[in-house]
Design a protein around this ligand. Structure first.
Ligand code: MTE
Length: 300
């Protein structure tokens, strides 16, 4: 990608959205002029219009802070996000507790404007800042026997009012196949619109896998474990019939209780038409090869 961005902004240092967008346009034009596309980015990435800061930070799913869409924005400010460490363990050469600040010092921060599609059939477009998960895994040194990556969200009952309800079996856990985790589209997001990522969106770092339903994009990650077995995942544990391990966005595989053929675009207004859902959320050219020969109905 074109530029490095350091996560040193404070809340007094907010980039007005309009300025941010025009800067993006300039970067996009510069890249086009050089005949370069962003590495690993779909061709139309520059033409996606991101949702507003308000859409992205006030309509959330983060059940540790409550199950209403407005609960995370109200309650997640209780979460202490600094200092923060991520334990990386399992089948790695250099297991240990990695300080978030140290991770940020060595990673290349890029902007990725991605479609984001929730399993509940709503969608947004989010301008994330973050780094490729593959780079973090390389830092820890993945051993040859590793086949999957397991992720865990922080669990703090005193800061997370939602965890007294057993909606899910806490802590929230997720998993990817190693090749999915290493795919260049898979990032750990640390910002939105060039600002530090707000707590309700998963501060200080959360997974983003844009071709999968949003629940795979686990927030506020404190542990990453390389393993040779498919790891358990929170929604699959809660209801295996409704939520599979893969959870690739697929308009042809309906949720047992609703259709996935179309989606409601957040911020589109009351009368905006539903949009057809795209296979792999529009990232098929990049990721379909990961699933060649697989039955995507069985492996939903
Ligand atoms: N991560 C944790 N720890 N807890 C959650 O409840 N919700 C998931 C995912 N990651 C969730 C989570 C779901 S269902 C979605 S759609 C996205 O986060 C929402 O991300 P957003 O609030 O940034 O849009």
């Amino acid at each position: 990608m074109a530029y490095r961005w350091k996560n040193t902004l404070s809340s007094q240092d907010v980039t007005p959205e309009a300025a941010f967008l025009s800067r993006r346009t300039l970067i996009g034009a510069a890249l086009a002029g050089l005949g370069l596309a962003g590495a690993g980015l779909p061709a139309d990435a520059e033409s996606l219009t991101p949702n507003t800061w308000e859409d992205i930070t006030r309509y959330n799913n983060y059940y540790e802070f409550g199950t209403d869409k407005g609960d995370p924005a109200r309650n997640a400010r209780m979460l202490t996000v600094a200092p923060w460490t991520v334990r990386i363990d399992g089948l790695v050469d250099r297991p240990g507790d990695y300080a978030f600040d140290e991770i940020m010092r060595v990673m290349t921060i890029e902007e990725r404007i991605y479609r984001f599609r929730c399993v509940e059939a709503w969608s947004m477009v989010v301008p994330w800042n973050g780094f490729e998960l593959a780079d973090l895994l390389a830092l820890a040194g993945v051993q040859p026997g590793a086949k999957y990556v397991a992720f865990e969200t922080v669990l703090r009952a005193d800061e997370m009012p939602g965890v007294r309800y057993r909606v899910l079996d806490w802590p929230y856990v997720e998993g990817l196949r190693l090749d999915e985790a290493r795919h260049p589209l898979t990032i750990m997001a640390t910002g939105i619109y060039g600002r530090d990522i707000p707590a309700q969106n998963g501060a200080p770092l959360r997974l983003v896998v844009p071709w999968k339903y949003g629940f795979k994009s686990i927030k506020s990650v404190v542990r990453i474990t390389l393993t040779d077995k498919e790891p358990p995942t929170s929604w699959n544990k809660a209801n295996a019939r409704e939520y599979g391990f893969y959870s690739n966005v697929n308009p042809e595989v309906d949720h047992p209780r609703w259709s996935q053929a179309t989606e409601r675009q957040i911020g589109g207004g009351l009368f905006s038409p539903r949009k057809p859902t795209l296979m792999f959320n529009g990232y098929g050219d990049e990721v379909a090869g990961l699933y060649a020969g697989m039955d995507l109905v069985k492996n939903f």
